[in-house]
Ligand binder design. Sequence first.
Ligand code: G4P
Length: 528
Amino acid sequence: MAAQNIATEAHRRRTFAIISHPDAGKTTVTEKLLLYGGAIQLAGTVKGRKSDRHATSDWMELEKERGISVTSSVMQFPYRDEVVNLLDTPGHADFSEDTYRTLTAVDSALMVIDAAKGVEERTVKLMDVCRLRTTPIMTFMNKLDREGRDPMDLMDEVERILKIRCAPVTWPIGMGKRFRGVFHLLDNRVHLYEAHHKGGIQQGEVIEGLDNARLDEVLGDQADELRDEVELLQEAGNAFDEAAYLAGELTPVFFGSAINNFGLQELLDRFVQHAPSPQPRESEDRAVQPEEAQLSGFVFKIQANMDPNHRDRIAFMRICSGAFERGMKLRHARIGKDVRIANAITFLASDRDHVETAYPGDIIGLHNHGTIQIGDTFTQGETLKFAGIPNFAPELFRRAVLKDPMRMKALQKGLVELCEEGASQLFRPLTNNDLIVGAVGALQFDVVAFRLKNEYGVDCQFEPVGVTTARWVYSDDEKRLAQFRDRQAENLAEDVSGALAYIAPSRVNLQLTEERWPDIEFRATREH
Ligand code: G4P
């Protein structure tokens, strides 16, 4: 593939994910973005509406949806001259470590906030993950058609809690019953809001300039209110600054109502203009440039396929450089083997298709019979290992208990294999024979139990266990580490990779232990 072509195609890519708290409007925003991208004709077709989702502690239901969820894990659509890749971040009951790790495979993120609720707990966590790689963030304040909080307060809260400066790009005119539209601070235009959109794209009236007399005609008193607010913003607020946005220090803020298709087009226009295209990516030896001729990529997620009888899994690989073409041979760098990739999957929105060509920023799905692990690198021959695709410390822990003790071997095998997919983790304490599974979302325990039964013929239950959080422990001082291992053995475990983890009975205990062992490092992530 001509290098010029690779550079051009890479430059057109915008690969991002949405971070939000459940119910803030991620699904609705996704749907509308697909609508603007021409990927769907009418909104209302994206799977996983709330009515389905909340009942999904039943893994059977999820099982039925598996095929679909592979497809909607990545949605690709063209917008203007760019190609947008939107990576799904599972959010409700299906929240898991995959959600975190997906954020290591994007170049930027869109934060969706419910304007009535402000910054919520899940958003804070996801933002922390974005910080690991200083990911640029755009913000959409959603649900302005309802009474919400004062827009200034909302921005203050984002600045205070998330420690990022806010620069409004659009500004709301009223809210709830008085919501009339937004003023675009960079384009100096007012976009008027219409509530009845019937699922299509909104094309309300646009008024040029704040001084336009038409504004007073349409908005009445609200016109002067708007002028005052904008004056205040221009004097005291942050102006949009692309460099600060790209450095993760400032977030451009847009206001709107996703359900009414309002305010998102302004965001999408600016998104394709300013959001970063694929950036150079660090490997253990060197930084890999997207426009390099040779293909490279890393696996950030593994998902079980539809048919459990085949144990077929799809490995999601993000392309970092070069171009992928069907039938090409790739080097699986960790095991040093070459494999021919005949049937990779691509993710054109609403359709799962076989990939012909894919470029940096794109995601492809590789069929995997158990040899591919999260964090694995693929190349065209170079021995390379991409960095920054970690495991995250689980937040929930349970002990696996067998119904039939004779099935111990099968249980261990099943747990190891399922945990290798990466949505849950296995810890084996140093001082007893417990099998402790850790996860970021509670549904993962149901998933593991169901799949153990279905795929490994093992009946197992998950019971509470006295572990609150885990930290991987490191030290350059081997003697000291050995001492630590000795004295703290009761609270230590090995994970699937054999790495040593401190499994803390409580946060307080963790804190005290950290204070007592200042030369031991306690890390909340572990690199593969
Ligand atoms: P999520 O994926 O972040 O969890 O949120 P989702 O889009 O499912 O939206 C959560 C709820 O908020 C949904 O209502 C959705 O219709 C509503 N919503 C999204 N955007 C807006 C908006 O701009 N204004 C208003 N007023 N509501 C909005 P639901 O009744 O809980 O579910 P559903 O039956 O509509 O699916």
